[in-house]
Design a protein around this ligand. Structure first.
Ligand SMILES: [Zn+2]
Length: 69
């Protein structure tokens, strides 16, 4: 899990906000609500979508936390 370099945009479809967080595709898929470009192994999320992701993946978050990258 890292901060993202400038110039990278959010992977959620139709969103072109600057990405704030990155995570593996596997992890990003814990949320059923977000529709992102899943052709890449790395997913980038803007602040707003990262919040949405956190909310919608809440139930799995505790168990996944140890493997946070
Ligand atoms: Zn976004």
């Amino acid at each position: 899990m890292g901060k993202v370099e400038k110039g990278i945009t959010c992977s959620v479809l139709k969103c072109d906000e600057t990405a704030d967080r990155s995570m593996s595709l596997t992890k990003a898929k814990m949320s059923q609500e977000l529709d992102f470009d899943n052709s890449k192994k790395r997913v980038y999320l803007c602040k707003t979508h990262y919040k949405d992701w956190k909310k919608s993946s809440k139930s799995d978050r505790e168990t996944e936390r140890m493997r946070w990258d």
